[in-house]
Design a protein around this ligand. Structure first.
Ligand code: NAG
Length: 158
């Protein structure tokens, strides 16, 4: 897939891994509102595979540079210390129905939380705009905890 971009002249790539999928509201429903361990395990395995694929791909194709974003670490950080990012709700979705607002997607009939800024999750799967903004800051200027081998600012300048 990325080889077609390479053949057309693409050299700089921003690639993001998957987050802690087991902590999405829809999975928390399956474990009494706690994260599903096996789903997080497979998220980690996927990200490992993705990173080794990127390294191999870079070594085989002259001139490729990329920045990998560790969505998993960024999400873990939000979920472990929500208050330091201004969040009060890390489990339930802002928009949905039923337990954790995660029994149904965000539809016109769904409940809407009073303050979407203090929720990490917008719906069953997706982060809120407030959480996405934090991710974007880390993608662009993040330390080596979140980006490797370089961040997006360095990628753009390279
Ligand atoms: C459910 O959550 C608890 C507490 O985090 C954890 O110890 C347990 O392994 C989880 N169960 C599953 C099936 O993921």
């Amino acid at each position: 897939m990325p080889l077609r971009l390479y053949d057309n002249g693409g050299r700089k790539f921003e690639i993001a891994g998957v987050g802690l999928l087991g902590c999405c509201p829809v999975f928390r429903l399956k474990n009494k509102t706690e994260c599903v361990v096996e789903v997080n395990y497979w998220s980690v395995q996927y990200n490992k595979g993705l990173q080794s694929m990127l390294k191999e791909w870079q070594s085989e194709n002259e001139g490729i540079i990329y920045s990998y974003f560790d969505t998993y670490s960024a999400m873990s950080s939000l979920i472990q210390s929500p208050a330091s990012y201004g969040f009060t709700e890390v489990k339930g979705a802002c928009c949905g129905l039923g337990e954790l607002n995660a029994r149904a997607p965000c539809l016109p009939v769904s409940n809407l939380c009073p303050n979407r800024q203090d929720h990490v999750f917008w719906d069953q799967f997706h982060p809120t705009e407030a959480a996405s903004r934090i991710f974007v800051d880390k993608i662009f200027d993040g330390s080596s905890t979140y980006t490797s081998p370089i961040n997006m600012r360095q990628l753009v300048a390279a």
